[in-house]
Design a binder for this molecule. Structure first.
Ligand code: CP
Ligand code: NVA
Length: 303
């Protein structure tokens, strides 16, 4: 069997993504019922972080432990990677020691070079380009609260960043309508738009956040400046019309969900009244990183 890497939603079949989500739901229920199995006993996951993390780091670590495995936490700066050893050589060496590698890094090419040279599964824990693990948790959370996502409408407002790129891929893989409102100059990369449309994604682009969230089943946003993108930070006045506040949320369906991958910048992309309000499921979303990633780990490692 060929290696199962989890690099992007577009790189995994629709069927396998659905199997992972179903598995995540079962694993969550079993954990809550106190059932513990250790299908990954004896397996070790290496985690490389070139950027900060709270949720990804802790949920992969705890998830691996709950599955009976172990983790090694590495930062690029502390490895020989930080002294110009290549990603390719690092991939070949780590593959001799560990059973899987999770990496959070800058350019997507670094992830792909790692994947091409590793002989163990590689998982994308966020790059400048995409954040597929986040979307697995997001779809799981949507379905927990609002039922099957197929045919529903999700609205994105804010910056056209890595999370939006994975959301674009998710819209095709999970068959929902996606309305996107971003300011001029913050558009998502065309390749993700093209990929989504070529695979059945039903996308609508507008400059108007009100139009995007109108009658939506879920409103999603993220920070206005992503990690490592500080050099292209733009004035907040560009993004302020895209803030998710109570007035904007009121344009969505009455029972619409509010989601944010976190960390949130309260008072910028979202107000306290929304993120702490009745529509918000952001902490379920954060919790589901754990359950969804356990399913990803089990899929990658054949457990
Ligand atoms: N949502 C997310 O990936 O959070 P962290 O940056 O804390 O890992
Ligand atoms: N778009 C954000 C996501 C953080 C989880 C970033 O890349 O910083």
């Amino acid at each position: 069997m060929s290696l199962r890497h989890f690099t992007d939603l577009s790189a995994v079949s629709e069927g396998d993504l659905r199997l992972m989500l179903d598995d995540a739901v079962v694993r969550k229920a079993r954990l809550k019922a106190g059932e513990r199995t250790k299908p990954l006993e004896g397996k070790v996951l290496a985690m490389i972080f070139d950027k900060p993390s709270t949720r990804t780091r802790v949920s992969f670590d705890v998830g691996m432990r709950q599955l009976g495995g172990e983790t090694i936490m590495l930062t690029g700066a502390e490895m020989q990677l930080g002294r110009s050893e290549t990603i390719a050589d690092t991939a070949k060496v780590l593959s001799r020691y560990v059973d899987a590698i999770m990496i959070r890094t800058t350019s997507h090419d670094r992830l792909l070079e790692l994947t091409e040279n590793a002989t163990v599964p590689v998982i994308n824990g966020l790059t400048d380009d995409t954040h597929p693990c986040q979307l697995m948790a997001d779809i799981m959370t949507f379905e927990e609260h609002s039922g099957p996502v197929a045919g529903k409408t999700i609205a994105w407002t804010g910056d056209g960043n890595n999370v939006l790129h994975s959301l674009l891929e998710a819209s095709a893989q999970f068959r929902f309508n996606l309305n996107v409102a971003v300011p001029e100059g913050s558009e998502p990369a065309q390749k993700h738009v093209d990929w989504s449309r070529a695979h059945g994604g039903m996308l609508n682009f507008t400059r108007s956040p009100e139009e995007a969230v109108h009658d939506a089943d879920c409103v999603v946003t993220d920070c206005w400046v992503s990690m490592g993108q500080e050099h292209r930070a733009r004035g907040h006045n560009v993004f302020s019309p895209y803030q998710v506040n109570a007035a904007l949320m009121a344009k969505a369906k009455p029972d619409a969900l509010f989601m944010h991958c976190l960390p949130a910048h309260r008072g910028e992309e979202v107000t306290d009244e929304v993120i702490d309000g009745p529509h918000s499921v952001v902490f379920d979303e954060a919790e589901n990183r754990l359950h969804a990633q356990k399913a990803v780990l089990a899929w990658c490692l054949g457990a």
